[in-house]
Every structure is written in structure tokens, then in C-alpha cells.
Design a protein around this ligand. Sequence first.
Ligand code: ADP
Ligand code: ADP
Length: 232
Amino acid sequence: MVVEVKKVAKRYGKKNATQVLRDVSLQIEQETCVALLGASGVGKSTLGRIMVGLERPDEGAIFVQGERLLVAKHKRFRNKVQMVFQDPQSAFNPRLTLAESLAEPLWVERVSKRECDKRIGAMSEDVQLDQEFLDRYPEQLSGGQLQRAAIARALICRPSFVVLDEVVSSLDVIHQHHILDLLHGLKERYGLSYLFITHDFQAAKYIAERIAVLYGGKVVDQIKKKENEGWQ
Ligand code: ADP
Ligand code: ADP
């Protein structure tokens, strides 16, 4: 099991007035995409942030490859868990070129300049970004290009699990399918696991092996795709 969510609860607000997550348990196997489907405001992003250690659950715990994920130590999990957001601009410093942004997490890891260049070259190929874009600034890229760059930035540390939070929601249908196909290919190639957060049932059915429905603070239903038989 790559990721295990065990009995997670989360409240926000004065005197913890809003109970967003009540009792969420979920497991994600290797090389599996689980779509997390639910209405706006139901707590999908909250669960996603908790699953990468950006936020602390009030109750329960997250385990990544058997190790408990702690918010205080989430930087140590950079090589295991990553998150991509709806707005790719948020992943980038406007004053850094794409190449610099991709290199940044590797410098922190003290990866050599040579290995760094090699990984950035391979990664931009993986997400089908021409090398010429590497010297550009975020504002010089289209929405689809920038989202592919954001995926590259998340994958450059070679995580095993990635939370994809509404990553195609602000793109047109053509670019949506391009990115969904790209993500699917990367999953197969590197054995990645995904939590694909969406409110779009069609997108969920297209990319996921399993769909988990979040409602009333719980995962209320899970449906699976069967080989050659479709969804049931
Ligand atoms: P979804 O991703 O399903 O749209 P969210 O996880 O973003 O839902 O939000 C779930 C609920 O939690 C919403 O009511 C939202 O207002 C509330 N919420 C989310 N983050 C915070 C926060 N940092 N502080 C207070 N309330 C929050
Ligand atoms: P090397 O040791 O030469 O980097 P690897 O077998 O580790 O070779 O990886 C081959 C290529 O696949 C590398 O260029 C790297 O960019 C890419 N790669 C490997 N693992 C991952 C991963 N988990 N996520 C993204 N890219 C990866």
C-alpha cells in the first residue's frame, strides 16, 4: 500500500464550528489513480492537503509507504509525496525561469549540477515541454504549458504519490484530455499513485481506476473500473 488514510477528522473555525471531515479512511495502491469526487466545499482539497502533510488532521493519521506522515517533517517527504494545484501560477516564483524553478527542489536536495540538468531535460520531455520553454518565465507560458510545467516540478523529486487537485478544471477540453493522457502515461511509466481531486465525473471516469465519493465528511461510496467491463 502506498498511502493509507486512517480515520481522519478535521474541523475549522471558532470553537471548531465546521466539521469538514468526520471519519475518512482510504487506501491507495501502487500505480493506482483514485479519483476523489464530491461537490464544491465538501472537503476534497482539505483531505488532499492533509494527505501530503500540508495540514494536520485533528484525528487520525496518514501513512506513506508504512511511515507516518507528520506536518512538522513534511519536507522530508518531498521525495515521496507531492501536490499539484488548479492554478499552476501558484507553483512558480514569477522571477525564476522554468529551469530555475525545476532546479530549486533539487538544489535543496544537493543534487549535482550535471544530474540536475539531466533530470530537468528528461522531465520536460516527459511532460512534452520543448526545451526552449525552460528559459522562459511563468507569465510567458499558456495555461496548459504552465500546468505541464507544474506537473514536472512535482515529479522532479521522484515522488511515489501525487495529489492532483482540480488540475484540469481551468483548461479547455482539448488541453484537459492532453493532460489527463499525459498523467496516465507518467503513472504507468514510473509506477505512480494519484489522488485525483475533481468535481467532474467524466474526468474521474477517464483517468481513474477507482472513484471515491466524499459526502458529509466521509467517503460514502467507492466504485471500481473492471477490466473490459467499464464502471460498476
Ligand atoms: P472542496 O475542495 O471540496 O471544494 P475544501 O476542502 O476546499 O472543499 O473546503 C471544505 C470546507 O472547509 C469549506 O467549507 C471551506 O470553507 C472550509 N475551509 C477550507 N480550508 C479552510 C481554512 N483554512 N480555514 C477555514 N475554513 C476552511
Ligand atoms: P538515472 O539513475 O539515470 O536517473 P532512473 O532509472 O532513475 O535513471 O530514471 C530514468 C529517467 O526516468 C530519469 O531521467 C528520470 O528523469 C526519470 N524518472 C525516474 N523516476 C522518476 C519518477 N518517480 N518520477 C519522474 N521521473 C522519474
